[in-house]
Ligand binder design. Structure first.
Ligand code: NAP
Length: 447
């Protein structure tokens, strides 16, 4: 059972966060750091229960849920360290009797809206940075995953993080629009941080515009995965499996389009299909050996099905999979398509499911043109053994994150975010805390 909050609870949460901000901002960085560290320790102590909550909420395999909890906890550990490393500057201007100082101060209350696919990691990545900076937060988790957000709040409270600093307002999908609008337009809120679809992100940007709030947006992607002739096939297949099928294809950095050069194409497709059959096991997330759980709901299955049917009707070939899985209405078979062309839906619409479409190409220029022919740019991957080509392609891909001969790129130490309509700002890393800090210039005269 979980509360279904409405606009009045959302406003009350913002008020509580604002009141808590007035004292939280005065807490020393060392003390904030130590509270975040205690929260991290509690996450580690309770990691098994937290992982089970995530699997129960979303169906993802327990092993992946464990991985997510560790990844989430590491954000708290990281930002507990970064909290003590917020520095300012002193600038010497031409005026001899003045000094210029730059202070970094917390932005204020942050409204945080998160998706269901990495419920815990999306929260700690944002809340860890916000609290480290001295901000307080109101979190609206996705309808499907409120329990992980509430469990994190319980642990935050046990860690000694004061009431009002981290507030959660779970709400049903029917209330999401109003609750989202209430927290994103409230004058007491100074910052909006959102992870989710580009469509919702644009709505929230409109909300932010009226009162000119700071925004961070982590939105959808359409990641290209390019395999050049010089690539090592085994490495490329391992990377393709990892980047495509994590969380059954439901991550924003999942490869969406495979571009494979003519010379290596047949070998790659054959090895990829064999690896999929050998390594991917669809099943109940709680069962040992399951690598692919259900999709989040039947609508998600319909989207994959529609993309497969569209591709096949336009000439694509099903190499493996291609239909719903007999386990139930929310399951879809891991699917590999070849002979894919750019007029097919799956090459320009984010799939968010276990579908790998392969497009054949001839030249590097052609691959880059296809990869960049989209208005989003989150992650991109490519496999090549040619050092000059590696530099050229890494620099030319219009994305925020590049995996070179690597399919798994996320790490708390590295900046996560996209270009174009994939978002604004970066999370994690030494840059993530800046999203919650204002610069104040102080001109100190009379020297
Ligand atoms: P979504 O539909 O945009 O939902 C994300 C969150 O926004 C949920 O909490 C949702 O609430 C809420 N929401 C929906 N409509 C809203 C509105 N009008 N006003 C305020 N809040 C609203 O996205 P999703 O389906 O959960 O997640 C999938 C998308 O997220 C994909 O496009 C994926 O690429 C992207 N994503 C991006 C990143 C990244 O870091 N760039 C990471 C993960 C996912 P309800 O759950 O109640 O609908």
């Amino acid at each position: 059972m979980v509360a279904d909050c409405g606009v009045s609870e959302a406003r009350a949460a913002v008020r509580a966060a604002y009141e808590a901000f007035c004292s939280w901002r005065e807490v020393s960085a060392k003390e904030r750091s130590s509270l975040l560290r205690k929260w991290y320790n509690l996450m580690i102590q309770n990691k098994d229960d937290l992982a089970r909550i995530i699997t129960a909420e979303s169906g993802k395999p327990l092993k992946e849920a464990h991985g997510e909890i560790l990844y989430s906890a590491f954000f708290l550990e990281w930002f507990s360290e970064e909290a003590r490393r917020v520095y300012g500057d002193i600038i010497y201007t031409p005026a001899k009797d003045k000094r210029a100082l730059v202070l970094k101060q917390p932005v204020g209350v942050a409204a945080v809206i998160t998706p269901w696919n990495f419920p815990s990691a999306m929260i700690t990545r944002k809340v860890g940075a916000a609290l480290a900076a001295g901000c307080t937060v109101v979190v609206k988790p996705a309808e499907d995953t409120p329990f992980s957000a509430l469990a994190l709040a319980e642990l935050a409270s046990q860690a000694g993080i004061p009431p009002g600093v981290y507030n959660v307002i779970p709400c049903s999908r029917k209330n999401a629009k109003e609750v989202g609008e209430a927290i994103c337009t409230d004058p007491l809120v100074s910052k909006i941080s959102f992870t989710g679809s580009t469509t919702t992100g644009k709505i929230l940007l409109h909300h932010a515009a009226n009162s000119v709030k700071r925004v961070s947006m982590e939105l959808g992607g359409l990641a290209p995965f390019i395999v050049f002739d010089s690539a090592n096939v085994d490495q490329a297949v391992a990377g393709a499996l990892a980047s495509k099928f994590r969380n059954a294809g439901q991550t924003c950095v999942c490869s969406n389009r495979f571009l494979v050069q003519r010379g290596i194409h047949d070998a790659f497709v054959k090895a990829f299909a064999e690896a999929m059959k050998k390594n991917l096991h669809v099943g109940n997330g709680f069962e040992e050996g399951t690598t692919q759980g259900p999709l989040i709901n039947e609508k998600a299955v319909e989207k994959v099905e529609k993309q497969v049917n569209d591709a096949v009707s336009k000439g694509a070939t099903i190499v493996t999979g291609g239909k719903r899985h007999h386990l139930g209405k929310n399951f879809f078979e891991p699917t590999l398509l070849s002979n894919v062309t750019q007029d097919m839906l799956c090459t320009h619409e984010e799939t968010f499911g276990p579908l790998a479409p392969v497009i054949k190409f001839d030249t590097e220029e052609e691959a880059i043109a296809i990869a960049n022919a989209t208005d989003v740019g989150l992650a991109g991957y490519f496999y090549s053994q040619d050092p000059a080509q590696i530099w050229r392609v890494a620099e030319q891909l219009e994305v925020g994150m590049v995996g070179v001969n690597e399919g798994l790129i996320s790490s708390v130490e590295c900046p996560f975010g996209g270009v174009k309509q994939s978002g604004l700002g970066r999370e994690g890393s030494k840059y993530g805390i800046d999203e919650y800090l204002e610069l104040k210039y102080v001109c100190y005269g009379g020297l």
